[in-house]
Design a protein around this ligand. Sequence first.
Ligand code: PLP
Length: 295
Amino acid sequence: MPRIIYVNGRYLAYGAAMVHAEDRGFQFGDGIYEVIEVRDGALIDATRHLDRLARSLGEIAMEMPMPRVAFAHVLREVVRRNRVTDGTVYLQITRGTRPRDFLFPGPEVRQTVVVVARPASRAAADARAATGIAVKTLADPRWARCDIKTVMLLPASLAKEAARAEGAKEAWFVDEAGHVTEGASSNAWIVDAAGRLRTRPTDEAILRGVTRTTLIDVISRLGLELLEEPFTIAEAKAAREAFITAATNVVTPVIAIDGVRIGDGVPGPVSRRLRAAFHDVVERSTNEPVLARKC
Ligand code: PLP
């Protein structure tokens, strides 16, 4: 359990870290979040996560609540105060608190900012990746702007529960054309029957995963073939390999889709190689401020 949580400028003990009942995040899901991997005490790919944060905020007409350098400091400070070596740091920004009204509040209402750091066992994640996970496919009921990392996660939560009920770890959403969009909290990939890496191109139907973007750097360094093209469930089931990417699980092999075994039913060589190479390519935070970009 985290010991210290940052809420609106204060580092509070876990039990005292509260936001108001009329916070717009709670009332409307009116907020944006990010999750960043922490590895050996460093933030992984913080620049890309803060870029996406600024973009998501801009897409729903919100501003960065503080300069980027200050934000990076708060993230590192929460990690430090919780003594997290490996795990994640979560941040959420909502449009603030005021009597419930669909219309946006004026600039006098201060945004709510929460930052939580959590340890996670690297050994457990590696063990899960060594075995591989199962996924379940289901129709994508989410809104039309999945490229924005909003806190409206009810469809994702319902999908994960449906997956869990069938012994799967992740849900893969499928659009009306029968193409896999992405996972409930990850991007979806296959190594197709012809041996090419395939993932859906970034459009409004998926979140541009930071892990996805960094993995594309890894793939090009390794000289592997990548097609940013949608794939169907049938193509996924016939694939040599499948895997998911996210800051919380890096590259995690998928060994079954809707109960159908993928490849040999064990994590394949390409997925394992990409997972092993990933952290050679990432940006690691230091105690220097993250350079300001864009915002
Ligand atoms: N797609 C969705 C819907 C997600 O929620 C996430 C992560 O939470 C991802 C993709 C992967 O994004 P990232 O690699 O930045 O963690």
